[in-house]
Write a new protein. Structure first.
Length: 164
């Protein structure tokens, strides 16, 4: 699948990231009936909001058919910053990882892609070549071979048809 990158300014990215991910304490708030006890996502308010799925603001005539999806990786220890963080996903060619970029001098690494609405995709992050599930997003899919992937859905909204 052809990938289209979408540029999001750092203010947009930091507003979303800090709103949900900036808590410093380790208290579990949202263990969702105990499913996430001991996992980082148990400390995150509304962890299901990641990756960020937003409406596409492009100028093209078919902009309504797309979502902007922003993937986020948090690297809290700046002294152990990875060389590279990449996205491996079914929304792109699996053998062509998509690089994430650091947002200013923050602990957040992101990339935003324009993806079709009403789809489900799987993804993993490659952090210095090591594959890992998204530690934030609670949605996952287990494949028949036992591999576990993070997953997400793009949004769909029905358009009003004139005359209805």
């Amino acid at each position: 699948m052809h990938v289209t990158f979408v540029s999001k300014d750092s203010q947009y990215l930091l507003n979303h990231c800090t709103r949900y991910l900036a808590r410093e304490n380790q208290d579990e708030r949202h263990a969702l009936l105990g499913l996430y006890v001991g996992e980082p996502r148990a400390r995150i308010s509304e962890c299901w909001r990641f990756p960020i799925v937003d409406s596409h603001d492009g100028d093209e005539t078919d902009a309504y058919e797309w979502n902007d999806v922003t993937f986020v990786v948090v690297v809290p220890d700046k002294s152990a910053t990875p060389e590279r963080i990449e996205l491996v996903s079914t929304c792109v060619t699996l053998y062509e990882p998509i690089p994430l970029a650091r947002v200013e001098d923050s602990i957040y690494w992101t990339c935003t892609l324009k993806l079709p609405k009403a789809r489900r995709f799987r993804y993993l992050f490659a952090i210095d070549g090591r594959l890992a599930q998204d530690p934030i997003n609670p949605q996952e899919e287990t494949l028949p071979n036992g591999d576990r992937w993070s997953s997400f859905f793009t949004c769909v909204a029905l358009r009003a048809v004139p005359g209805d």
